[in-house]
Design a protein around this ligand. Structure first.
Ligand code: ZN
Length: 83
């Protein structure tokens, strides 16, 4: 038995999935804190927390981003997620 998927339908699903993932990435970026909650330094860097997978894109995991203060080394999730 052959299962046939209409190309336009599967493309639509793919596009919707990509849009949702881009939206998630965008939201995370917007919510990135611009200063350290501890010392209020703006000398921050963004790193990926490899223990936290947000989504998969083309079989590649998208990791949750966290902010790290270069001054006091404090780490936090800008969107207020669990640590
Ligand atoms: Zn700091």
């Amino acid at each position: 038995m052959l299962i046939y998927f209409d190309d336009s339908y599967t493309n639509f699903l793919k596009e919707e999935l990509v849009m949702k993932q881009q939206e998630t990435i965008l939201k995370v970026k917007i919510r990135m804190a611009r200063e350290c909650p501890k010392c209020h330094s703006k000398n921050l860097k963004e790193v990926q927390d490899k223990t936290k997978v947000v989504a998969y894109f083309n079989h590649q995991p998208i990791y949750k981003k966290k902010s790290v203060c270069r001054d006091c080394t404090y780490e936090w999730f800008p969107e207020g997620g669990a640590e």
